[in-house]
Design a protein around this ligand. Structure first.
Ligand code: NAD
Ligand code: MG
Length: 396
């Protein structure tokens, strides 16, 4: 069966996930058409992408950069219309002609357009885990109310999705799931001496052993906050309580995650660490398409190993479990404080080991914040960022 052409909006097209998405899309011109591409400020890359994919719309963060892109595209004879700002970002997600939205903006900045896509009943390909961590209950309620199809791009959640029965959403209780096992590489500092972590530089933190990713998620992988956010993401995607979601350190990044059932069966999804696999899976679901990923060579890998996570080395992972258990605004505060602390670390304003301290201090101060509406979530996020900036200043 050949599917009809899917029209896709790619939020964050110039990022690591955005570019991998366009790589897969380019392999299947008969299946996919790009409706809109968005970026915050990378005009050069977005220009090249517009020439290649001829989207109807392109969106940039600021009007000044949008004007530059508009001029260059006109000169090149490309008819893509260029807009700027949050309203345009949302419009290109909810347009009736759009079938699917790849949510690949990094951080809380992706919340509003991603939520709008869910409310509009689109197929939402979710890479932007921060949006779900921030808005959990509200986001999942929007998906249920609109009948949107939510497909996880994060490799772990995509693996879990593949290991769950196809009708899991309709009757999760009957599926017999005992535990969700999220694998984690342990990042670049899994074996470093704890004393050496004081002097870690952004370059060292961004040098991930197995994956090439954006800088923010690379730092999150080094602190294991990425896995912490993923535990919260799994909670919302699969309706599992914290005690049924376990983290397994697996340095080879070959098993992307597992589901254990009550009969003792454990189903795993394996593959080379290449994000084009989950992206292609979600783009074509429930069919399968070529992703350009080389075959898994088990003989070359030879050994798969597993370790318990070390919560002392990775305090951010413990903080994420704590935030999930305390519910309310805690996950939103955790996320906002982490974004601010990671940005300060990448700018050289905060030591690596201070990241977890800033987040812990914000979680302690964040009582009484509410997340029961979009406005409340935005306010809680803003308040948590203010607190985080104060905490960062006292540690400079
Ligand atoms: P990236 O930094 O490479 O790209 C981010 C994209 O978002 C860019 O296109 C940028 O222009 C855009 N952007 C940044 N700030 C923005 C703002 N304020 N408003 C609008 N657009 C903005 O990041 P990435 O590594 O591609 O990650 C994107 C998302 O996918 C993150 O949420 C990350 O956690 C998730 N993710 C990434 C990977 C990976 O392998 N890179 C794996 C799993 C999940
Ligand atoms: Mg992941």
């Amino acid at each position: 069966m050949t599917s009809s052409v899917q029209r896709i909006t790619v939020l964050g097209a110039t990022g690591s996930i955005g570019m991998s998405t366009l790589d897969v899309v380019a392999r299947h011109p008969e299946r996919f058409e790009i409706f809109a591409l968005t970026a915050q400020r990378q005009v050069d890359r977005l220009f090249e992408q517009c020439l290649q994919f001829a989207p109807r719309y392109a969106v940039l963060g600021e009007e000044s950069t949008a004007a530059t892109l508009r001029g260059r595209l006109r000169e090149a004879g490309c008819r893509t219309e260029v807009f700027s700002g949050l309203h345009a970002l949302t419009e290109v997600c909810v347009d009736p002609e759009v079938d699917a939205v790849m949510a690949a903006i990094v951080g809380a900045a992706g919340l509003q357009p991603t939520l709008a896509a869910a409310q509009a009943g689109k197929k939402v390909l979710l890479a932007n885990k921060e949006a779900l961590v921030l808005s959990g209950a509200l986001f999942m309620e929007a998906v249920r109310a609109s009948g949107a199809r939510l497909l996880p791009i994060d490799s772990e959640h995509n693996a879990v999705f593949q290991a769950l029965p196809g009708d899991f959403d309709r009757n999760p209780a009957a599926a017999g799931v005992r535990r969700i096992l999220l694998t984690a590489s342990g990042g670049p500092f899994r074996e470093a001496a704890l004393a050496d972590l004081e002097a870690v530089t952004p370059e060292q933190a961004c040098a991930h052993p197995n994956w090439v990713m954006g800088r923010k998620i690379s730092v999150d992988s080094a602190t294991m906050m990425n896995k912490g956010l993923e535990v919260i993401e799994a909670h919302w995607l699969f309706g599992a309580p914290a005690e049924r979601i376990e983290v397994v350190v697996h340095p080879q990044s070959v098993i992307h995650s597992m589901v254990e059932y009550v009969d003792g069966s454990v189903l795993a999804q394996l593959g080379n660490p290449d994000m084009r696999t989950p992206i292609a899976h979600a783009l074509a679901w429930p069919e399968r398409i070529e992703a350009g990923v080389r075959s898994l060579d088990l003989f070359e890998i030879a050994r798969l190993t597993f370790e318990r996570p070390d919560f002392e080395r990775f305090p951010c992972l413990a903080l994420a479990y704590q935030a999930l258990r305390s519910e309310g605004a805690a996950p939103a505060v955790l996320n906002a404080a982490n974004e601010e602390a990671v940005a300060a670390f990448l700018d050289g304003r905060l030591g690596y080991r201070r990241i977890a301290e800033v987040i812990a201090a914000c979680l302690e101060r964040a009582h009484g914040l509410s997340v029961d509406s979009l406005e409340a979530i935005i306010a809680a996020d803003a308040r948590a960022r203010e607190m985080a900036r104060e905490e960062i200043r006292t540690r400079q």
